[in-house]
Design a binder for this molecule. Structure first.
Ligand code: AHM
Ligand code: MG
Length: 337
C-alpha cells in the first residue's frame, strides 16, 4: 500500500535536520503549530460566502451580533495559538501596532512575523487571499524577546512562507533548502507535499502591477513598464499583464510561471514617496522564497534581503520574480537603462 505522502513536519526534519537536528525539531514544531491556526482560518475563509448571507464582516448579522472582520479574526487565531506554543519569544503582526509578547513561561527561541490575512479586500469577491509568515532566531539575551529580535535582516530568516486560501489551500515554504509546496487534504486535515522543489524560470512573460497608479510613479518606473509593452519577439515582448491585487496570489503565480510582480514607490503624497508593502510581513518572506526558487527581490536599488528593518510596519518598494526580469527592472529604476 502507498504511503500517505510527505507531511510538512517530515519534510522539514528531512531537509534541514542533517545540519542541526535540534533546530529542525523546533522549526518543524513551530510551523506545525502555525498550520493548525491556518486550518482554522481556511475553514472560516471558505465560509465567507455564507457569512455574506448573514451579514458582511464588520456589519451586524441577523442575530444582531457584529460579524468579526476576517483579518482581525485571523490575527486573533494565530496570535492566541502561538502565545502559548513555547516556540516563539515575541511576535509582530500587520494587524497590531506594537510587538506582541508571549505568555510568560512560554518563551521560545524564535520570532514570528505575520500578515494574518493578506489581500483581505478581496474576500467578498472570492479571490485568493493568504497568510504570510517569517521566522527568525532570537538574538537578544534573556527569556522574553523584544523589538530588536523582530527587526532582523531578511537574510537571517530561518524559515518563511505563506498559506494561500484558494480553490485548494496550499502551503509554500522555505527553510533555506529550496521552496516546497503542500496542498491541504481536507479529508484528513493534513498538508501533503504536492510541489517539491519549485524553481522560478530565469525570465518570464508576465508582469504584474497596479497600473491605475501609473500617474504617481517615477518616470523610470513608467519607462520600464512601457518597455515591457513594446513589441520585440526576441525578448518575448510585449509581456502579458496579470494583476489580482492580492500579494499571495500574485506572488504564487509569479513563483510558478515566472515574470515579475511590482509594487513600486509612488508619489501619491508628493512629499513622502513610498512603497505600499510591508518589509517584515510581506517583502522579506516573499524575497526569501524568491531567492530560494532561483529568483530575486529588490526595492529597485538593493536586495530586499539586505535591507535593515528600522520599524515593524516599515514599507518598501518591491520588484520580485524571475532573476533576469528583476535585474533589468532595477537597471531602469536606477536610470541605467
Ligand atoms: P493588505 O495587507 O492591507 O491586504 O494590503 C496588501 C495588499 C497586497 O495583497 C496587494 O499586493 C496590494 O495590497 C494591492 O494593493 P492595491 O490595491 O493598491 O493594488
Ligand atoms: Mg498584507
Amino acid at each position: 500500500m502507498e504511503g500517505l505522502g510527505t507531511t510538512v513536519t517530515q519534510h522539514i526534519l528531512r531537509s534541514i535536520g542533517g545540519d542541526n537536528p535540534e533546530a529542525a525539531q523546533e522549526i518543524a514544531g513551530l510551523v506545525g503549530n502555525l498550520l493548525v491556526a491556518t486550518k482554522v482560518i481556511s475553514t472560516e475563509v471558505n465560509r465567507a460566502g455564507l457569512l455574506d448571507i448573514l451579514g458582511l464582516t464588520g456589519q451586524v448579522n441577523v442575530q444582531g451580533e457584529e460579524v468579526q472582520k476576517l483579518d482581525d479574526y485571523a490575527n486573533e487565531i494565530i496570535v492566541g495559538h502561538m502565545k502559548t506554543s513555547g516556540q516563539v519569544c515575541v511576535m509582530a503582526s500587520e494587524e497590531v501596532e506594537e510587538a506582541i509578547a508571549v505568555t510568560p513561561g512560554y518563551e521560545g527561541n524564535y520570532t514570528l512575523s505575520i500578515d494574518p490575512l493578506d489581500g483581505s479586500s478581496n474576500i467578498d469577491v472570492n479571490v485568493n487571499i493568504g497568510t504570510i509568515f517569517s521566522i527568525h532566531r532570537k538574538v537578544s539575551s534573556g527569556k522574553a524577546g523584544n523589538e530588536a529580535d523582530l527587526l532582523q535582516l531578511g537574510r537571517t530568516q530561518v524559515c518563511a512562507g505563506y498559506v494561500v486560501y484558494g480553490s485548494s489551500t496550499m502551503l509554500v515554504y522555505t527553510a533555506g533548502k529550496g521552496v516546497h509546496g503542500f496542498t491541504l487534504d481536507p479529508s484528513i486535515g493534513e498538508f501533503l507535499l504536492s510541489h517539491p522543489d519549485i524553481k522560478m524560470p530565469a525570465k518570464g512573460k508576465i508582469y504584474s502591477i497596479n497600473e491605475g497608479n501609473a500617474l504617481y510613479w517615477h518616470d523610470n518606473t513608467k519607462r520600464y513598464v512601457d518597455y515591457l509593452k513594446e513589441k520585440d519577439p526576441a525578448t518575448k515582448r510585449p509581456y502579458s499583464l496579470r494583476y489580482i491585487g492580492s500579494l499571495v496570489a500574485d506572488f504564487h503565480r509569479t513563483l510558478l510561471k515566472g515574470g515579475l510582480f511590482m509594487y513600486p514607490m509612488d508619489y501619491k503624497d508628493p512629499n513622502k514617496p513610498k512603497g505600499k508593502l510591508r518589509l517584515l510581513y510581506e517583502a522579506e518572506p516573499m524575497a526569501y522564497l524568491a531567492e530560494q526558487a532561483g529568483g530575486r527581490a529588490s526595492d529597485g536599488t538593493q536586495d530586499i534581503m539586505d535591507i535593515q528593518p528600522t520599524g515593524l510596519h516599515q514599507r518598501v518598494p518591491l520588484y520580485i520574480g524571475s532573476r533576469d526580469d528583476v535585474t533589468l527592472a532595477e537597471k531602469f529604476v536606477k536610470g541605467e537603462a
